[in-house]
Design a protein around this ligand. Structure first.
Ligand code: 6GU
Length: 223
């Protein structure tokens, strides 16, 4: 999969993809992430990308022309399955949505800043608008990083143990059960006996029970 990200602050996206699982995904050739600076498409000597909003009001709006020129440039080389605008008024990201997006070949993500982008860019180019939750971030970059991570880890071959994404919290619509490692006893707290039993049927049953209990207690809305 290839993900292109348009950003006014590309530096913000240098870290998240350079480590751990997403780095390995890129090293293995399973994922390509390309960050494009919108500034390069800015207007005039000052490379202007935002302007005052019509009708007045505080906050700048990202202009049509730089975004259009950048999007058209990228669309010359490939067809995008979705053009995603990251915005707090988009649909909320969920695991089923990440699962669906992970099946595509080319995604284009646009990070908003300031008061947002000119509405006509949304009408003209954007096919999908995604929020990562009901709170406000300073810009779309961190949301694009979250979305890219959640998609990237689902690509076949990215996770060492092919099945492990299947057991994540939310993957079955429920939370993951508790897990333990050595030592067997920590500050008087023992690892549940069943996990030491070697009885894999019992262990599986216990994990299912715990997952359901945890979900009922913490996220009854998921059940
Ligand atoms: Cl996608 N962008 C911004 N700026 N804030 C957010 C968000 C996105 N999702 C949740 N809050």
């Amino acid at each position: 999969m290839r993900i292109d990200i348009i950003s006014v602050l590309p530096e913000l996206l240098e870290g998240p993809f350079s480590h751990s699982i997403l780095k390995r995904a890129q090293d293995k050739g399973l994922l390509e992430v390309h960050v494009h600076s919108l500034r390069a498409y800015g207007l005039g000597r000052h490379k202007q990308i935002d302007d005052y909003q019509y009708g007045g009001g505080a906050g700048m709006v990202m202009m049509c022309e730089p975004l259009t020129n950048c999007i058209l440039d990228l669309q010359k080389d490939r067809t995008y399955d979705e053009v995603i605008f990251l915005t707090p008024d988009g649909q909320t990201l969920t695991q089923p949505l990440s699962n669906r997006l992970s099946l595509y070949k080319n995604l284009l993500m646009i990070c908003g800043h300031y008061k947002g982008i000119d509405e006509r860019i949304r009408e003209e180019f954007v096919t999908m608008e995604i929020s990562i939750g009901d709170y406000v971030l300073s810009g779309g970059e961190l949301a694009a990083a979250v979305l890219t991570d959640s998609i990237g880890r689902l690509l076949p071959g990215v996770l060492g143990d092919e099945t492990s994404a299947l057991f994540d919290s939310h993957q079955d619509g429920i939370l993951a059960p508790p897990v333990y490692t050595r030592p067997e006893e920590f500050r008087g707290r023992k690892v549940p006996e069943v996990l030491l039993s070697g009885n894999f049927k019992k262990i599986e049953e216990w994990r299912n029970e715990q997952a359901e209990k945890r979900t009922a207690e913490r996220r009854p809305d998921l059940l």
